[in-house]
Ligand binder design. Structure first.
Ligand code: GLC
Ligand code: MG
Length: 253
């Protein structure tokens, strides 16, 4: 029988279509998490592809608990203060290695298939485009080649057959979670990461417990099929309902 945990754990979740998407389940989950945080000092973290600007819009529209840390823009910004006013400079320093935004933009500008996303979604360590599915594979291969010929070994993350993010090699959601674990001294076994799409895969690569919601996108389900293991659980329920299922499955609640 699973014994629910009475010790603190680190809870990390993506927002769109993972934490958010089923309001009734979200309310139930919020209650459980808030009470675990109060009793046992568990940590709640959001790891989203959204910029801080788009995060704030969502936080106004939905009832979200105030997180202990906020990771925005696919892991390229991190905030520990409650008002999210100061991004963490130690993390920014790690991201800056091997990265030169202006030069990377210059190389990418030679690819007409790439359409820039709005300004709010660009930041010093994230360059984001829209890219049509029909030309995606071929464009990404050529872009990768052009970048590496210029000495840039960076990450190209394609999500939901639509968004292409260029990120520093040191920056993604998964690496951001590892950074947090080191800072708070929390083991992988005491960490649950939750997601629904391609930009969440980096969180599922380590020893952390991983929860994939029932409504996950095809690219994540495809990845799961070839990478199943005991640390991963594909939920039957969608969104926050799936997260509750995962918290029980891994005996965090
Ligand atoms: C969010 C961001 C966008 C990014 C996408 C995938 O939608 O707003 O910039 O490309 O997530 O990570
Ligand atoms: Mg999502």
């Amino acid at each position: 029988m699973n014994v629910p945990s009475m010790s603190p754990f680190l809870f990390v979740t993506d927002l769109d279509n993972t934490l958010v998407g089923d309001d009734a389940a979200l309310n139930r989950l919020n209650q459980e998490l808030a009470s675990h945080r109060q009793k046992y000092n568990s940590k709640i973290v959001y790891a989203t592809g959204r910029s801080l600007y788009l995060y704030r819009l969502l936080a106004e529209a939905k009832s979200l608990l105030i997180p202990d840390a906020l990771i925005t823009s696919v892991g390229t910004e991190m905030y520990f203060d409650q008002k999210h006013e100061k991004y963490d400079v130690e993390w920014a320093k790690i991201l800056s290695q091997g990265w030169n935004r202006a030069e990377i933009v210059e190389i990418a500008s030679q690819f007409p298939e790439l359409q820039s996303q709005p300004k709010s979604e660009q930041n010093p360590f994230k360059i984001s485009y829209y890219l049509a599915e029909s030309v995606a594979t071929e464009t990404i291969t050529r872009l990768k080649k052009a970048l590496s010929e210029n000495g840039f070994i960076i990450q190209l993350i394609y999500r939901a057959w639509q968004d292409l993010d260029l990120l520093p090699s040191n920056g993604n959601k998964g690496l951001a979670v590892k950074f947090l674990r080191r800072r708070w001294n929390i083991s992988a076994e005491k960490t649950l990461v939750c997601g629904d799409s391609g930009n969440d895969i980096s969180m599922f690569l380590g020893q952390e417990k991983g929860l994939i919601v029932g409504n996950a996108k095809p690219e994540l389900l495809q990845w799961y099929e070839t990478n199943r293991n005991d640390n991963l659980h594909l939920a039957q329920s969608n969104c926050a309902g799936g997260i509750l299922e995962g918290l029980k499955h891994f005996s965090f609640l």
